[in-house]
Design a protein around this ligand. Sequence first.
Ligand code: GRG
Length: 308
Amino acid sequence: MNKPMTAPINEQTTDFNAWASHMQSRMENVLEANMPLASVSPMRLHEAMRYSTLGSGKRVRALLAYAAGEFCGAELEKVDIPAASVEIIHAFSLVHDDLPCMDDDDLRRGKPTTHKQYGDAMALLVGDALQSLAFQLISQDKLLKSATQKLQMLHLLALASGSRGMAGGQAIDIESIGMLLTRTELEHMHIQKTGALIRAAALLGAYSADVLDTEKVQAIDHFSKAIGLAFQVVDDILDSEADTQTLGKTAGKDKLNNKSTYVTILGLSAAKHLASELHANAIAALSCYGREADLLRHLANFITQRRF
Ligand code: GRG
C-alpha cells in the first residue's frame, strides 16, 4: 500500500491520496449500511440523519482511526464500526453547532445546514439520535469480540464527547463570545472542543487491535494530541483566508461571531508557524517507528496542508 520513505515524495503522496480516497469510500459504505433507512418510520428523522451524515465530509477522523488501526496491527474490518461511530458523533456535533442557538449557520458541507433543511426541532433530534446511534453501533459490533474492548471504546467516546470533551469545549466557546481569550485559554478550549474527538478517533483505531502494544498506543496518544490542535489552528487560518465555496461552509464566521481564534490572538503568520510546530510535534511522536507509521505521517501532512 504505502511505499517506504525512500520512494520519491510524489509517488508516496499519490499512494497516500489513493489510500485516503479508498478509505473515504469505505467509510461512506459503512455509514450507509448502518444508518436507518429513510423509508422506515420515523421517516423524516431518518431522512434528516442520513442528510447530515452521508455523502460528504473529509472523513479525517475515520482516516485517523484506520491509519492508527493499521499502525497497531488491527484488522481493517474491526476498525469500521469504531471509525464510523466517531464520524457519527462528529456529524452530530456539526448539526448542533450550526443551530441558531449556537453558531447559527446556513451552509455545511456545501449544502443547507440540517436545521435550514428540516427545521430546528428536527435538527435537535437528529443530533440526539446520531449520538445514541454511535454508542449503539459499538455496543452491538459483532467483530469486537471482548466486552472489555467495547467498554474501553465506549468509555473513550463518552469522555471525548462529554462535558470534559467536546460539549465542554463548546460551552467554553459559547461563553467566550466577544471576549479576548489568552492563548492558554484558547488552547484549553480547543483541546476539549476539537482535539478530544480527534484523539478518540486515533485511539479507537488503536484499541481495535486484538493485542495492545502500550508503547504504540502512547505514541498514538502524543501524535493525536498534537495533530488535533494543529487541525484547529488550520481551521482558524482557513476561516480567515479561504472562501465560502471552497470551504463548503461560511468563511469568516469566527470574525462575524466575534470569536477569539489563533489568527486573532497570534496573527496569521504566527498561527501558520504554530501549525507547523504542532505538525512537527506530531511527527516527532512517531520517531521510533519506520514504515509502519507512514500513513499517520501522511495524514499529519494532509491535515496541516488541507485547503478546506
Ligand atoms: C457533540 C457531545 C456533543 C455536543 C455538541 C455543538 C457542540 C456540542 C460541539 C461543537 C464541536 C465542533 C463543531 C467543533 C468544531 C470542529 C471542527 C473544526 C469541525 C470541522 O471538521 P471537518 O473540517 O469537517 O473535519 P468535515 O465536514 O470535513 O467532516
